[in-house]
Design a protein around this ligand. Structure first.
Ligand code: UT7
Length: 328
């Protein structure tokens, strides 16, 4: 069967206005700017306004991506929102977004793969377009992580931020578009990074709230070790499937969790820092939003040109990981 080549027709991003600096965090928990910058590379992150939820951030990023793609909302066949901070349990954030956009023809669903969610979304959407099932799919990574962050826990509250990135996928010319995906999961590592309260196992009760079970819990150094191993592995495996090597990479767009994790991936892939998109100093870790925000900024700043080989790679709770190879 001849598959239709699928690529990115337009990108968009949105970050809320409110900046939360390391200096402000110094007033909230026992930490300091020097520790945060040297251990993570993060200087500030964005916080959604009290009246903003994930779908509001997703909407702004989506409008930009649709404009860049020259596609109207009515032309969308499907909307996938990758998020771990949906507006509510249901309806899905994708359905709320569909309504806000007026994308009346589009099917819509949320996808839960934590920080790997955007790559999982790209793989899902691109297979559906390649098979001929759909033509235009909006894939969004959007988070309001500040709503599930424990601002009394210095191990986690310094890391996370809010924001959204979006892409419109559609048919592209032969020789362009996605070349390969590598997705993976290791559910045995699920306890390393989780929010256990509020689901069917631990429903919201006064006790669960008192025990702060509705916030992110993380075994930081374990996740760190996993991330260092998996970023290089996933990128190399996606390149191998694409019939390419690390020397073919023009730009790496990694999940923005920690500068030391990104640097170890660069070492492993023997890439100089100028072949990598890094913006975690401004936004921290935005989970599913990190990669599409970084991609949108790479496009905005002219760092991607036609024919470039772009590798996106991420890891996160689940545990999950994902990588893609794309000819722009
Ligand atoms: O999207 C995926 C999400 N998660 C991640 O990517 C997280 C991956 N992990 C990490 O990025 C790092 O493990 C952290 C940044 C979370 C922590 O860095 P680390 O170098 O692994 O530090 P550590 O957890 O080993 O802690 C070292 C010390 C500890 O003190 P003691 O026990 O040695 O006295 C911590 O209590 O640093 C302390 N510490 C802090 N000190 C100042 C932990 N957090 C802070 C803080 N400020 N915010």
């Amino acid at each position: 069967m001849n598959l239709q080549p699928v690529g990115i027709l337009g990108t968009g991003k949105y970050v809320p206005e409110r900046v939360l600096t390391n200096q402000e965090l110094e007033q909230m928990v026992e930490t300091n700017d020097e520790w945060i910058v040297s251990r993570t590379g993060i200087r500030e992150r964005r916080l959604a306004a009290p009246d903003q939820a994930t779908s509001d951030l997703a909407y702004e990023a989506s409008v930009s991506a649709l404009r860049a793609a020259g596609i109207s909302a009515e032309e969308l066949d499907l909307i996938i929102v990758a998020t771990i901070t949906p507006d509510m349990f249901f309806p899905s954030t994708a359905c709320i977004l569909q309504d806000k956009l007026g994308a009346s023809r589009a099917a819509a669903f949320d996808l839960s793969a934590a920080c790997s969610g955007f790559i999982y979304g790209l793989a899902t959407a691109s297979s559906m377009i390649a098979s001929g099932m759909y033509r235009h799919v909006l894939v969004v990574g959007a988070e309001c992580l500040s709503r599930i962050t424990d601002f009394t826990d210095r191990n986690t509250c310094i890391l996370f931020g809010d924001g959204a990135g979006a892409v419109v996928l559609g048919p592209v010319a032969e020789g362009r578009g996605f070349r390969a995906f590598e997705l993976g999961a290791d559910g045995a590592g699920g306890d390393l990074l989780k929010v256990c309260g509020g689901g069917s196992r631990v429903p919201a009760t006064e006790q669960s709230i008192g025990e702060r079970q509705h916030f992110i819990q993380m075994a930081g150094s374990e996740v760190f070790k996993f991330a260092v191993r998996i970023m290089g592995n996933a990128a190399e495996e996606a390149l191998r499937k694409a019939g390419m090597g690390k020397e073919d990479i023009d730009l790496l767009v990694p999940h923005q969790a920690n500068i030391r994790i990104i640097q170890s991936a660069l070492n492993r892939l023997q890439l100089p820092e100028d072949k990598c998109m890094i913006n975690l100093d401004k936004y921290g870790n935005v989970s599913a939003g990190s990669i599409p925000i970084a991609l949108a900024e790479a496009v905005e700043s002219g760092r991607i040109k036609e024919g470039d080989t772009i590798v996106m790679v991420g890891f996160g709770g689940g545990l999950t990981w994902g990588a893609s190879v794309l000819t722009w």
